[in-house]
Design a protein around this ligand. Sequence first.
Ligand SMILES: C[S@@+](CC[C@H](N)C(=O)[O-])C[C@H]1O[C@@H](n2cnc3c(N)ncnc32)[C@H](O)[C@@H]1O
Length: 191
Amino acid sequence: MTSGHQTEPCPWWLGYVLANPLRKLMQDPSSLVGPYVAEGMVVLEPGCGMGFFTLELARRVGNSGKVVAVDLQPRMLAGLRRRARRARLIDRLDIRLADDDRLGVSDLAGQVGFALAFYVVHELANPAGFFHEVHEALGPEGVLLIVEPRAHGGGEESLQVSIDLAARSGLVLLDRPNFKRNQVALLGNTG
Ligand SMILES: C[S@@+](CC[C@H](N)C(=O)[O-])C[C@H]1O[C@@H](n2cnc3c(N)ncnc32)[C@H](O)[C@@H]1O
């Protein structure tokens, strides 16, 4: 069974393509995260890239919440900073540089209400460690939404591998929401 993992981060310049506003026509951030994010929440976004989803998350958490945006590539984070400053949302962001095999979010233990990993899981060098860190960061009602492109790896089969791996960290499958033609899984913290 293939895991569908490529373990190579997407090139930094693709960050500009992914952050293009025209992407909204195909993948509307508001309709994706709207059901899960409320004002005042702590949100975690591993693999945020240049922030196509991050800015919408920051709008939704309001002044009393925060979005912890983590990426492996400094150039992705520089792009995110620029866009967040322009949108006057930078104060709602906690921007962090990840290690190859570690997000570095242990200080968030039990605080995160929503985590989004959009087109990230297939790139992770250490998916087991990733699910462990996210599980630790989620609060009792916290959820993790994974979205993966159908084109990558083994399709449904590779998402199932990720779901099984996540289960070993205590993350259970809650739902399989629809989002365009992607593979999506909503996972919850069992405590
Ligand atoms: C295909 S891009 C998606 C970016 C963003 N989520 C979006 O949809 O616009 C994947 C991102 O995950 C990041 N990434 C890959 N491995 C990572 C890791 N171990 N920790 C944090 N970020 C990682 C890459 O640097 C890249 O910015």
